[in-house]
Ligand binder design. Structure first.
Ligand SMILES: [Zn+2]
Length: 449
């Protein structure tokens, strides 16, 4: 097991490179070394709290964990079939590649368990060091011991605030029937945090709900250190948040706040209104807004409803220009739609999950396309999530970081060789994507450039 970052990073990059000769052709070696040395800001991830044996498992890593929905397909690179995971396990735990399956499983189990026990609350920090990450944004319901500032920053979930009424008519697929009740439980938790025990009719009007629940919850999240809020709405409904009709929203809320199930059209009017209220208030409080936009996950997931272009009316709302938005996961595979939105001054995107799903070569193509037009709008993220011993979040964070760095190396080397940019500009672009753009997009204070 290695501990020196300076030693492990270039070696780790080499692990992603099947043929050293071709690698030299794809990535300028000095530029590759420079990229490997950048301490990144990972703007989207789900790190786990270290839990001692006997303690309950960490269940706060996502507002919408997907383990309760029917089985669904994973992109190939996220499955254990892909050799990238063995490379991660070799880099982090020294488990030899090409070991027989059963021996590899027990070697890995022993290495992971031993490492967690040895590092205790410092395990998350160790994971960041191994991935060359300085700061990781944690998309979590709540933070906890081991996930402390300055290495970790909190991003809170806010979809639940859009859903104050009975959602029983909204869950129309086997996926959403499982997911809506999770939002209901999370809203109950937010209300409890505010000291509101919900009895029918409380709060009775929409204005009161916004004043007593929405705004104070966002203020609490901000005060507890949240730098941004996240919408996972695409798992529940299309991202077509319409220009809100506030009178209609108020009528719907007043009619159903003490009971009854709104129709879908009624609920949509209320959600569309609250979405913008939340986004506007977040901006006022200095928090950016992340929106999940990706082809997957879930076998009943509506990928068309996650298309980046559906967000254009939101991004064109002049009352929301004080809020920075980040199209999470690059809107993959609709990266052209995402690119078109980056012209708006307050819209950014990140490559989280793309650097898990795509090969470095494929990701390089997208990066080169985006960096040619909007180099200050593209952010690094991994979407590191936990998949147990064989795909722990520390492994996912490592894979995301190594893939993104290699992809950047390929894209920037190509631009340099084609005479589009100088070497110093290539280095600047690498710093922007891996670190500096995040400081602007999330208005981070206390982090150097
Ligand atoms: Zn995520």
């Amino acid at each position: 097991m290695r501990s020196s970052l300076a030693f492990s990073l270039p070696l780790s990059l080499a692990l992603l490179t099947p043929h050293p000769v071709m690698a030299q052709a794809a990535v300028d070696s000095a530029l590759g070394a420079y990229i490997a040395s950048i301490r990144a800001i990972d703007t989207h991830a789900h790190p786990m709290r270290p839990v001692a044996t006997g303690e309950p498992a960490d269940s706060e890593y996502d507002a919408l964990p997907l383990d309760g929905i029917p089985p669904f397909g994973f992109p190939h690179r996220l499955t254990q079939e892909d050799p990238i995971w063995q490379r991660a396990q070799f880099a982090l735990y020294g488990v030899p590649i090409a070991m027989p399956d059963s021996a590899r499983k027990s070697a890995l189990d022993a290495a992971v368990t031993g490492n967690i026990a040895k590092r205790g609350l410092h395990f998350p920090e160790w994971a960041l060091d191994e991935a060359g990450v300085d700061v990781m944004f944690a998309n979590r319901v709540a933070m906890g011991p081991g996930l402390d500032t300055p290495r970790f920053r909190w991003i809170a979930f806010v979809d639940a605030l859009m859903l104050p009424l009975d959602t029983r008519a909204e869950g129309t697929t086997p996926d959403t029937r499982v997911l809506y009740p999770r939002e209901t439980r999370l809203l109950r938790r937010y209300l409890r945090d505010l000291g509101i025990t919900r009895t029918p009719g409380t709060p009775g009007t929409l204005a009161e709900y916004v004043r007593r629940v929405v705004t104070p919850t966002l203020e609490r999240q901000r005060a507890a250190g949240a730098i941004a809020v996240k919408f996972e709405a695409a798992y529940l409904r299309p991202l077509d948040f319409a220009d809100p009709d506030s009178a209609q929203a108020a009528r719907v809320y007043a009619h159903y706040s003490s009971g009854g199930v709104p129709t879908h059209a009624e609920y949509k009017a209320l959600e569309d209104y609250l979405f913008r209220v939340i986004a506007r208030a977040a901006g006022r409080l200095g928090m950016s807004v992340q929106i999940h936009s990706l082809e997957t996950f879930g076998s009943y997931y509506k990928s068309a409803g996650a298309a980046p272009h559906l967000l254009e009316p939101t991004f064109n709302d002049s009352t929301l220009r004080g809020t920075n938005f980040v199209v999470i996961h690059g809107g993959w595979p609709l990266v052209n739609e995402t690119q078109a939105l980056l012209a708006k001054p307050n819209v950014y995107t990140d490559i989280s999950a793309m650097d898990l799903i795509l090969s470095p070569t494929e990701l390089a193509r997208v990066l080169r396309q985006w960096l040619g037009e909007f180099p200050d709008k593209v952010l690094y993220g991994s979407d590191a999530f936990d998949g147990g011993t064989e795909q722990g979040w520390e492994q996912v964070a490592w894979v995301g970081s190594m893939t993104a760095r290699r992809a950047l190396g390929i894209a920037l080397t190509g631009m340099m060789r084609d005479g589009e940019i100088s070497r110093s500009r290539a280095e600047a672009l690498a710093r922007m994507v891996l670190r500096e753009n995040a400081i602007t997009a999330y208005r981070l204070s206390g982090v150097s450039r």
